[in-house]
Design a binder for this molecule. Structure first.
Ligand code: PMP
Length: 326
């Protein structure tokens, strides 16, 4: 759909995938006034298709729109647009285990002008792509690189919304991580570079202790990390199974020492793409360390299966998290 100041949203339509004609001075290309979301559609055992908590994506999108001085996309319009695309692409929703249709709603400033001010014209789009299983050859721990040269977000910035610029600014650190032989970047706080914030596209959890008494710690939402929908869902699922979950600051020292003395038993990252990824090797200038024994931890795998079971409709949806479409 298109938006024009004074007119509102108009021209909502479903079209085939193809190039987007754009004026060379389109505002989004110069000033990054652009936000996006990521969610998935899951084939259900009864033959229907459902998305997972799309209203949470709509709410995060609305917060992003406000922060970037963009017009709101009402929740019902956001969900209706996603639903219409999934319905049209019904035959592209994979039915294999852990396979999904990935959905990418986004909004960009489409007004052609040079100058720094909020645009008066916008485009809201949704595109889709089938996504295979994230770990086709079995779940295995990823290695992470602590970013000590660059920071992802500072208080008052845009770290807690999903805007394009956050990702552009993260690419150099991602290159450093790859050069160091790691899979992913872990971001630290802006001031002391002492507290763990999140991974490149996932939130982090630390498991303290083991067995039924295992506790989870996840960095608190200070405004500089993205409030992940997977993070929020896992907090609820873990608490429902009797685990204590604490949202608080968690320092690299506490992580390293906990691994050394055996009190931190597992670490995992979570997000829409991978659901849960175990974290193994950690590389840092202040000293490398390894969480676990190279295999995914038990609570990591239990929580992973629990959430996948809900998303793929293999257990009853007692929380109303599935949104049926077609
Ligand atoms: N942090 C960042 C920076 C991300 O890009 C994502 C992916 N949206 C996440 C965390 C995880 O969020 P979600 O669980 O909603 O996918």
């Amino acid at each position: 759909a298109r938006y024009q100041a004074g007119k509102g949203w108009y021209d909502a339509r479903l079209t085939t995938y193809g190039p987007l004609p754009m004026d060379p001075s389109t505002a989004a290309l110069h000033y990054a006034q652009s936000i996006f979301e990521g969610l998935k559609a899951y084939a259900q055992p009864d033959g229907s298709v459902a998305t997972f908590r799309p209203e949470a994506n709509a709410a995060r999108f609305a917060r992003g729109a406000k922060r970037l001085a963009m017009p709101p996309v009402p929740e019902d319009s956001f969900i209706a647009a996603v639903d219409a695309l999934v319905d049209a692409d019904r035959d592209w929703v994979p039915t294999g285990p852990d396979q999904t249709l990935y959905l990418r709603p986004y909004m960009l400033a489409s007004e052609p002008f040079l100058g720094v001010r909020p645009a008066s014209e916008y485009l809201f789009l949704v595109i889709a792509s089938p996504a295979g299983a994230y770990f086709p050859r079995g779940v295995h721990p990823v290695s992470v690189y602590l970013s000590e040269d660059y920071i992802r977000a500072a208080p008052g910035g845009t770290g807690d919304v999903k805007c394009a610029g956050n990702y552009a600014a993260s690419l150099l650190a991602q290159e450093q991580a790859i050069a160091a032989g790691c899979d992913q970047v872990v971001w630290l706080d802006a001031f002391e570079k002492r507290y763990v914030e999140e991974m490149g596209g996932m939130n982090l959890f630390f498991v303290l202790g083991s067995g039924d008494d295992a506790e989870l710690v996840t960095p608190e939402l200070t405004g500089t990390l993205l409030p992940g929908i997977t993070r929020d869902s896992l907090i609820e699922v873990a608490r429902a199974t009797g685990h204590r979950v604490t949202e608080r600051k968690f320092s690299v020292d506490e992580w390293r020492q906990g691994v050394a003395d055996g009190s931190v038993t597992e670490t995992f990252a979570c997000g829409t793409a991978a659901v849960i990824t175990p974290v193994g090797e950690v590389k840092a200038r202040t000293g490398d360390f390894v969480v676990g024994d190279g295999t995914p931890g038990p609570l990591t795998m239990t929580l992973r299966e629990s959430l996948l079971d809900i998303q793929h409709g293999r257990v009853a949806d007692t929380r109303g998290w599935l949104h049926r479409i077609a």
